[in-house]
Ligand binder design. Structure first.
Ligand SMILES: *Cc1c(COP(=O)(O)O)cnc(C)c1O
Length: 542
């Protein structure tokens, strides 16, 4: 759904506050209806002082005692700020405004509108002469309210594959506050936000140590360096993953030893691991793909028997649980990524490592800063793998809403399952006709839904189906304005970069079939039921 922003000016808010018939006041109704219509309301930070001052004076003019007027405005202000976000302006923009503005306060609001660029922005005001500096439209509250209506049933509006703006609308003031704090203290490398984030992430996962790093790729590299993995070693992993998993093994001069996946969960099949263990094996690296943990009890048991460490690549599964425990706290080491589109994403690159092992934690902290144990003293070779303070400052407020977002993701995933299984192309219920797929889970007439293994919760980093004739299905959805993606069309043993390993595709029948059939649908915590219904309708329309 298109991004809509309304910035309320002082006149519109005063009109609501002083209206005897507040039920029918258009600004009050805008406040009521904005959220379900997918619109975001703002008030300029600069307007709050004026609003406070003018409202108290007006109430006194109407005969209120000074104390009563103060208390009333205080209460009204609190109610307002529960529904409306505060739009602040960076200092340099404030300074520039003096040069260009006819009315300084109008100009501050107009500049606020400019900072929301990318969405449709309007200033809501009773002032017919409001100077928007040409940044956007100005309109009466009644008109803003009238425009809100079409958005409520705009099912034909484009559906984004991942909607990062919806989350930002929710927590932007807190993100701005955190960034502002970093700009003031100026500790851009390993500032206090980095330590704060590590503590909170460790507590969230239940790990003893968290080491933040520069990306999910670097975190895999640093984990393997801390384990001493290098030339001539072997690391057992899945071929059905993002390139980084196998790439970092190879970068260290080790060999990625691929074993086939479980066709239901798409994760490494534990029963295939033991046959791949050789005297050169130094670690097992399962990936918790799409947001569901691999089968760690089985994998850890094999690892223990052979004295091997287990590194979880949890770049997609942060927030998921396995038998009540959190992803990244299930084995020797856990690694995750804060790439913007991951379940816990930042506004740039970042990642984190988790372990209960004090020695590994110390080694990883040192490798992260050039193998340094004290200033300019380097016992081992390391990398520059730190997470930026600014990035930590951005992930912190995102972590605040993350548990709720995990819940919303799970609900959205289950809703897709139900919509898909309950409806077929002619709007008929097919539940009773469901056929089990390879004995494990139900499917609709056109697609096999994701399977969540018993004891697991899924965070749906991707909501991924299996379909026959994928290209045709993707084209049909694209026609209906619905984006899809394929994770991943080429398994790692088929990548040119790994050609020298000489793997035969026939050795991986499950990964082969999955790479030909999988297709991911739009997914994020704020996707609505009507958007999901539109996706499923388009999917079943063939
Ligand atoms: C995204 C991802 C990575 C790499 O994370 P970056 O932060 O992008 O470097 C590694 N493994 C998997 C499975 C991923 O999905």
């Amino acid at each position: 759904m298109a991004d809509r922003h309304y910035i309320l000016d002082v006149s519109a808010i005063l009109d609501m506050w002083l209206d005897a018939d507040v039920e029918n006041n258009p600004t009050a109704r805008l406040l009521e209806d904005a959220e379900v219509a997918g619109a975001k309301l703002w008030v300029g930070a600069s307007a709050l002082n004026t609003l406070d001052f003018v409202a108290v004076r007006r109430l006194k003019d109407l005969g209120a005692e000074p104390e009563t007027a103060r208390a009333t405005v205080q209460q009204l202000m609190q109610q307002l700020l529960e529904r409306v976000a505060v739009l602040s302006l960076p200092g340099h923009e404030q300074a520039a405004l003096y040069a260009e503005a006819r009315d300084f306060e109008d100009a501050q609001i107009a500049a606020g509108a400019r900072s929301l660029r990318g969405g449709r922005v309007a200033i809501v005001t009773l002032d017919a002469t409001f100077d928007t500096l040409g940044e956007c439209e100005a309109m009466q509250p009644s008109e803003a309210l009238a425009r809100l209506q079409p958005a409520t049933n705009a099912t034909d509006a484009a559906i984004p594959f991942i909607d990062l703006a919806a989350q930002q609308r929710r927590i932007r003031p807190e993100i701005e506050r955190r960034i502002e704090t970093v700009l003031r203290h100026g500790k851009y490398i390993m500032g206090p936000e980095v330590g704060e984030l590590e503590e909170r992430l460790a507590a969230y996962t239940g790990s003893k140590h968290c080491i933040s790093v520069s990306s999910g790729t670097d975190s895999l590299l640093i984990a393997m360096m801390a384990l001493g993995i290098g030339r001539g070693d072997e690391v057992i992993t899945t071929p059905f993953t993002f390139i980084a998993t196998g790439e970092m093994i190879a970068l260290l001069g080790a060999k990625p030893v691929f074993v086939d996946i479980d066709p239901a969960t798409y994760n490494i099949a534990p029963e295939n691991i033991e046959a791949a263990i050789s005297p050169k094996t130094r670690a097992i690296m399962p990936v918790s793909l799409y947001g569901q943990c691999a089968d760690f009890d089985a994998i850890n048991a094999i690892a223990e028997k052979h004295g091997l460490p287990v590194i979880e690549d949890g770049a997609q599964s942060f927030g998921a649980t396995y038998k009540g425990r959190k992803s990244c706290a299930l084995s020797t080491l856990g690694s995750t990524s804060f790439f913007p589109s991951k379940p816990l994403g930042g506004y740039g690159d970042g990642g984190a490592l988790f372990t209960d092992d004090d020695h590994l934690a110390k080694a990883m902290r040192e490798i992260r800063v050039h193998g340094q144990d004290r200033r300019y003293h380097h016992p081992v070779i390391g990398v520059n793998g730190r997470m930026d303070t600014l990035q930590a400052a951005i992930v912190l407020p995102k972590l605040e809403v993350f548990p709720e977002e995990v819940h919303l993701r799970q609900q959205a995933g289950e809703r897709y399952n139900q919509l898909l299984l309950a409806t077929d192309g002619h709007g008929q219920t097919r539940m009773e006709e469901q056929e089990p797929n390879i004995g494990v889970h139900p499917c609709s007439s056109v697609a096999i839904t994701p399977f969540t293994a018993p004891g697991c919760t899924h965070v749906y980093a991707q909501y991924t189906l299996r379909v026959q004739d994928r290209e045709a299905v993707q084209a049909r959805l694209q026609q209906a304005g619905i984006p899809t993606a394929v994770h991943y069309p080429v398994p790692l043993y088929r990548q040119p970069a790994f050609a020298d390993l000489g793997y035969a595709p026939e050795a991986f029948p499950n990964a082969e079939e999955a790479s030909e059939q999988v297709m991911s649908l739009p997914m994020h915590p704020y996707i609505t039921e009507s958007e999901q219904q539109a996706v499923i309708n388009a999917l079943l329309a063939g």
